[in-house]
Write a protein that binds this ligand. Structure first.
Ligand code: SF4
Length: 225
């Protein structure tokens, strides 16, 4: 399957990242997933969105088995993407309200989406060593984001929050994860926190549509989007 991204330069080429096997456990897990689901992407998943003028970088956890791991695009084709993309669309940050396939011509405006860990982890739980290993990619993405005028990061969940801090070389103790938090980081970036828009969080009402829209509304008011 050919992965269609917005026609702008990703700081890490899809072909490079898709060959990555630095985390043996995850690479071997993906080998088994590829056999079980031959039609699935089942490789590391690259970032998606606006690579030239994004002001907002959204960081998730990792590809979901039947979402990004299947389609090859972050938050595409699974439950977690429903609230995310419909909210981005509502606030003018996406061309469509739904994201189901890499061939749906979806475009993001002034924002891009990536994950703390680019490979599907068993049980959605990457190990600390895997988060650290993949952090070099995230650091490259954040550096590129800043170089192109990026202003704010939205961390979806604590793992994304911690990974963002690690990529920026910041002490985690100084910036605790809390839904609704906004931190002004030393490099000028703003760091926003939200609970992850996972099926569990949305179905248990830990994260409601209203709560998530409040955060995106605040970001849109703060940043020059
Ligand atoms: S999680 Fe990241 S570093 Fe580890 S194998 Fe996948 S792409 Fe490579």
């Amino acid at each position: 399957m050919t992965i269609l991204h917005q026609k702008t330069p990703n700081p890490i080429s899809s072909s490079l990242i898709e060959k990555c096997r630095q985390c043996a456990r995850l690479a071997e897990f993906l080998d088994t997933v590829r056999i079980q689901y031959p039609a699935y992407h089942a490789k590391p998943v690259s970032a998606f969105g606006d690579f030239l003028s994004a002001k907002l970088l959204i960081i998730g956890l990792a590809p979901g088995m039947h979402g990004a791991n299947r389609t090859g695009r972050p938050f595409t084709g699974d439950f977690a993407g429903i609230l995310l993309y419909q909210t981005l669309y509502k606030f003018g940050l996406a061309s469509h309200a739904v994201s189901v396939s890499v061939e749906d011509d979806l475009r993001l405006f002034k924002c891009r989406i990536t994950n703390a860990v680019k490979c599907l982890p068993p049980a959605n739980k990457p190990q600390p060593s895997e988060i650290r290993q993949c952090n070099a990619y995230l650091a490259t993405e954040i550096a590129d984001f800043i170089a192109h005028g990026g202003q704010g990061i939205l961390a979806l969940g604590n793992v994304a929050h911690q990974a963002g801090l690690m990529a920026l070389g910041l002490k985690k103790k100084s910036f605790a994860f809390m839904h609704g938090a906004l931190y002004h980081l030393p490099n000028g970036l703003r760091l926003y926190d939200s609970y992850h828009c996972s099926r569990y969080n949305t179905q248990t009402k830990r994260l409601t549509q209203e709560m998530f829209e409040q955060i995106i509304a605040r970001i849109c008011a703060d940043l020059t989007l």
